[in-house]
Design a protein around this ligand. Sequence first.
Ligand SMILES: Cc1ncc(COP(=O)(O)O)c(C=O)c1O
Length: 292
Amino acid sequence: MGTSVSIDGVLVDPGTASVPVMDRGFLYGDSAFEVTRTYGGQPFALGAHLVRLRRSCERLGIAVGAPDDALRAEIAAALDAAANPESYVRVIVTRGVTEIGLGVGQGQTTRRIVVVLPLPAQPAALYEDGVELATVMTARSLDGTGAAGAKASNYLPNILSLASARARGGYEALSVGAGGEILEGATSNVFIVRDGTVWTPPLELGILEGITRGLVLDAARDEGVEVEQRLFFPHDLYTAAEAFITSSLREVVPVVRADGVVLGDGRPGALTRRLHAAFRRCAEDVLASERG
Ligand SMILES: Cc1ncc(COP(=O)(O)O)c(C=O)c1O
């Protein structure tokens, strides 16, 4: 099981792979990124991840610096070099090195980095027993900017929210906006189930357009389950029959408690399980279509 790193298309020794200390990704978190995983060695929904990476870079004014074909080849080479049964894949595009100071300057030297790691195993208990969420009032790094919703690397608000949630026994932090509305997890999107209908916050709130979120919404529609993208508040979560979070690495994780309040019967919900199974079927279709 191995790690591999490619910088600007060149595989480098992962033990010594480095970027200059003046790289703005290091100095300011001035970069965008994507994370996906492999299934059967094949990177999942790479097309959708590359579309989102370009959209993030566009919102941040960072040039990706390579066409999709080149990015795909760089990812494939890194996966080959790591030779894992299943891998975690991270792609980062930083604005690179400029004169010191916040000004983005001219002629940016953007840098692309691909990191492949062995896929971290998710404990079975996450899915069998469900998890607890802890709400955290927080502003995210791009809130109120024209780049809201971009997957920028500055995750300090998310890191601090997660630390606060973990200190209260939560598995995941759930960010709550200034109006008390529920937004998203530190590294996940959130859904609740009320009266058989699935609610999830709308993208207009500046949340990340999760790839898993999109597929779960498709899967719910295929299953004939009603879905509403709408504002909701902690009280709606506490009184929901079911809840779950989604992310590329974890798929669909049932939520059984929020801020110490037991949801429904305190067990992973039946609709949550059904949507997870439907997500897996959608994922199979995505993988088959990507294999061509
Ligand atoms: C803030 C945030 N929201 C949602 C997600 C879930 O997105 P995806 O399903 O594309 O992994 C992530 C994933 O890391 C995230 O960081």
